[in-house]
Design a protein around this ligand. Sequence first.
Ligand code: KG4
Ligand code: ZN
Length: 341
Amino acid sequence: MSQPPITILGIESSCDETAAAIIQNGKILANIIANQDIHKAYGGVVPELASRAHQQNIVPVVSEALKKAGITKKEISGVAFTRGPGLLGALLVGTSFAKAFAMGLNIPLIEVNHMHAHILAHFIEEKERSKKPSFPFLCLTVSGGHTQIVLIKDFFEVEVLGETIDDAAGEAFDKVAKIMGLPYPGGPLVDKYAKKGNANKYKFPHPNAPGLNFSFSGLKTSFLYFIKEQVKNNPLFIEQKKEDICASIQAVIVAILISKLKKAAQQTGIREIAIAGGVSANTGLRMALEKEEKESGWNIFIPKFEYCTDNAAMIAVAGYYKFLKKDFADQHVSAAARYSL
Ligand code: KG4
Ligand code: ZN
């Protein structure tokens, strides 16, 4: 008799996306995301509003995922959820939902580290076969809250080689966008305007944090002074030059990321190089990586857009590999705002 498939429901609620996904034997069946537009008016995520929106969205999002996958609750083998890192109130919603769901159906509960899941997104199986990194590989994980270079020796054997000592890369994008008066989250808008701009027009300092670590706060400060100075001379400066400004600042952020990734590749001798997290959706970063593939002989792995920013498919795939190891959580587990890799 053939084995029944392993079907995992993944739940993500660490920040401002309420998401549910279903993965069967590693293959994606449904990937549903409810974005929370409510934060736009505030220029950033408001934790209390995020928690409330998660609570409103979670049941409809899970129902939609089941419908899209064409399965019933009874067919689910295990439920995986983001335990952290993230906003505590937001995490508590997904965590509580997953615990109740697991208890109600008497199925295993699986806790997942959000940053780990961003990396494991490379192992989501699609209908069309996509290439997957082989171990060991390096992953530059760049999101709104984190910037790390991680050595991945096996699915659950990871080592952080370097990380930011202040702001994350996504935060740097969002902060420069905010200085320019662009709405939150500014990263995708900087990317959009940068496409039409001249990246060599304005020069910004390239900060150098020690070793494989990153630093972005100095860049943000120099960007702020640069804008203030220019606007003093020409109040329409931002409006008139936004493409060139975005292209120039994006080029520096990408150059900082790529230079440390090159250093890590040299130090470890590893040429399997992946990127993950929200900022891996950035066109400049993707192009820079493609350039290194040709020039440095890297074998590069870039996630599909829907698996770059926060999603539950990555939580479900991480849950699937934990399920195979029978690495389950018990009902005492609680959300962890700080949860290191
Ligand atoms: O991984 P993610 O969705 O959430 C966190 O775990 O933080 O990452 C969100 C971050 C935000 O800072 C957002 O501005 C940035 O990713 N981001 C981008 C782009 N798309 C999303 N940054 C630059 N270019 C993009 N295309
Ligand atoms: Zn994320």
